[in-house]
Design a protein around this ligand. Sequence first.
Ligand code: ADP
Ligand code: ASP
Ligand code: MG
Length: 402
Amino acid sequence: MLIVQKFGGSSVADAEKIRRVAGIIADTFCEGHDVVVVLSAQGDTTDELLEKAAEINEKPSKRELDMLLSTGEQVSIALMAMALEKLGLPVVSLTGWQIGLLTDSSYGSARIKKISTERLRRELDKRRIVLVAGFQGINRYDDVTTLGRGGSDTSAVAIAAALHADACHIYTDVEGVYTADPRKVEGARKLEEITYDEMLELASLGAQVLHNRCVEMAKRYSVNLEVRSSYVRAPGTKVKEVVKQVEQMKISGIAKDSNVARIAIEGVPDEPGISFKVFRALAKNKINVDIILQSVGRDNTNDISFTVAKSDMEDAARIMREVAETLGAKNVSVDGNVAKVSIVGAGMVSASGVAALMFEALYDAKINIKMISTSEIKVSVLIDADYADQAVQAIHNKFFAD
Ligand code: ADP
Ligand code: ASP
Ligand code: MG
């Protein structure tokens, strides 16, 4: 079999952990499989590199930032290659450009366009373990790009898809995908399986265990994906198209996203074209909007509120103040102290009362809901950030009490 394995930053944080991971890789290789391994930067390296950059220049160009951030992964593959060499195994480490991982030019959040499999195949044909630096690629100008935080997962799935690998195993510091973050939520349960669609929602709504683009890609190319532990040798969580229903769970999981801010433009005229003008201004500035709420009109005016990523808060507020002036709105308010808590489950469409159960949990915990948004497989609420962890626990208790 051809197996792609990916190990996250915490799994390769120091020499001892590198040796442990080398053991997992060696065992897979010695079982007779072809092995491609994607690695992340060690421990908090990426954060430390960002801090180093900020010490020199608080607004460096994105190109140079990518040049810096990509070095973390390169350290990991070289060290892992040395660990495997020491075990007497044939190994080669390769960067994103050496395997021809071509991306677009959105530095810091580049999208993969193509992977030329020639070099990878050549090395595999020589029966070598191939170690690849995750999170990085090159654009058409031969400049280094990175795929966005957590992007090594996406490198692994893209390589698995390009090589038509038999399996892609994402090894991390927990045993699989849980009903909620197992480090924060008491009673979180490991899922045996989860659908691509549910995992995509969970990842997009804040569950950091998999990068959302990796799940998107796994679905598109039907990659046989599994999340496993680097520490415990046990079955993890399989991510697939259809899962068998072991038990009747109303939802699959709960996620929290603190990277949100709410902006409200208050007292806009209640007439056609106002929402268009508000959201056109944001779109022009490439600001993504998530939840939108328009209040019932009063005195021929409305309030429109919406959420954006926290990093866009200042820009969105500035744009809204300009729009408010041209529309004659009364006020613009900005709240960065909010969090989005979401429940996800494919069974939600056919089960009634799922949203009500979530709201009941919040009511019991006396947590106020500021905004609500729903889709076929999720319900999200915006609440005060200070109560977010409490909210997740309360909702979890409600849905998963034994
Ligand atoms: P890696 O460095 O291996 O990429 P990450 O820190 O990116 O690891 O992702 C693993 C972390 O994701 C876990 O330590 C856990 O705290 C967090 N997490 C959040 N939600 C979930 C969930 N539903 N299931 C499992 N882990 C989760
Ligand atoms: N090292 C990168 C990060 O910290 C990529 C990754 O870990 O997946 O975001
Ligand atoms: Mg990660």
